[in-house]
Ligand binder design. Structure first.
Ligand code: KG4
Ligand code: ZN
Length: 340
């Protein structure tokens, strides 16, 4: 029997709704919030207000684009967390209201599991490559940097995590210091293509096991700029491409070192990446190159599934639906992973 899932995502600054039939994507609508650009980062209060304005038109458009009505929906999958509490509250409340009004079962989804399970979505006209369990997923976003050992859609173990900043945060904060717009990751990615990746050297951390740290790199970047700018006020402008290429090169090398170590340790050769930073062209190339060298099967998400989207939430919801793991109307959002 076909199962049709409506997915709702509102954990940060993108309001998104998607419709999935089994694991096939029928629609995926994303309203990105522009209000934050002028502040150089997400302002939580503005984010929740924008979600309030966006959520009905976004869901309506997702249903229309999928050519279904709300009566065709078998379950509503929504992001319960982690994320910004006020933003989550909009999606969770809307999902609960819709469930109550239309008597549709509710399925809560962990946002990070959503990113990882986006690798199981297919398009109506083509199948996408799916990893086999167990696989390793490098989850890299603005808020998280983790190596996850994925045993099944429900059983995932975080085997490495950042002890301070996330990789996306390192991109965004260093971009800000260079006067580049928010979010900095995509801008650095673009500028890096013109620059020399060994133009500058920045500190690499020494952290135990499969864990990460990015705050030392951030400080080393900042100090290096400060010293150069003291001698030449136009230093950043003149060296932007080399700075971006060198910074990106360092972040990727930090990410890859631990990923390679974990793959060896767990003897796993199906390696996936997910999350906003998995859109980074340098990281994608590095994973593929390492994969060729080590006989990995590598899984790079399509660009539309890298940043926050409801398709991945519907996909994770479909797995939970099959396991009969439904939520009740007293479900509340959880800002932190530990509370989920
Ligand atoms: O997964 P996501 O959309 O939101 C969170 O859950 O955090 O990730 C957003 C992050 C931002 O830090 C952004 O700078 C980064 O993903 N990002 C990139 C690229 N595209 C987005 N970082 C590096 N290169 C990119 N091409
Ligand atoms: Zn995310």
């Amino acid at each position: 029997m076909d199962i049709t899932i409506l997915g709702i995502e509102s954990s940060c600054d993108d309001t998104s709704a998607a419709v999935l039939r089994n694991n096939v994507l029928l629609s995926n609508v994303i309203a990105s919030q522009q209000v934050h650009v002028k502040y150089g980062g997400v302002i939580p209060e503005l984010a929740s207000r924008a979600h309030q304005q966006n959520i009905i038109p976004v869901i309506d458009t997702a249903l229309k684009e999928a050519a279904v009505t709300i009566d065709d929906i078998d379950a509503i999958a929504f992001t319960r967390g982690p994320g910004l509490l006020g933003s989550l509250l909009v999606g969770v409340s809307f999902a609960k209201g819709l469930s109550l009004a239309k008597d549709i079962p509710l399925v809560e989804v962990n946002h990070l599991q959503g990113h990882i399970l986006s690798h199981f979505i297919d398009m109506p006209d083509r199948q996408l490559p799916h990893p086999e369990f167990p696989f390793l997923c490098l989850l890299v976003s603005g808020g998280h940097t983790q190596i996850v050992r994925v045993e099944s859609p429900e059983k995932m173990e975080i085997v490495g995590t950042t002890i301070d900043d996330a990789a996306g945060e390192a991109f965004d904060k260093c971009a800000k210091v260079m006067g580049l717009p928010y979010p900095g990751g995509p801008v650095i990615d673009k500028l890096a293509k013109e620059g020399n990746p060994s133009g500058f050297k920045f500190a690499k951390p020494h952290v135990a096991d499969f864990n990460y740290s990015f705050s030392g790199l951030k400080t080393s970047f900042l100090y290096s700029l400060r010293d150069h700018v003291a001698e030449d006020p136009d230093f950043i402008e003149k060296n932007k491409a080399d700075l971006c290429a060198s910074l990106q090169h360092t972040i990727i090398s930090i990410l890859m070192d631990k990923l390679v170590k974990a793959a060896k340790h767990y003897k796993i050769k199906d390696i996936a990446i997910a999350g906003g930073v998995s859109a980074n062209s340098g990281l994608r190339n590095a994973i593929e190159e390492e994969g060729r060298k080590r006989g990995w099967r590598t899984f790079l998400p399509e660009f539309k599934f890298t940043t926050d989207n409801a398709a991945m939430i519907a996909m994770a919801g479909y797995f939970r639906y099959q396991d009969n793991r439904f939520s009740t109307l007293d479900v509340a959002p959880a800002a932190r992973s530990e509370d989920l």
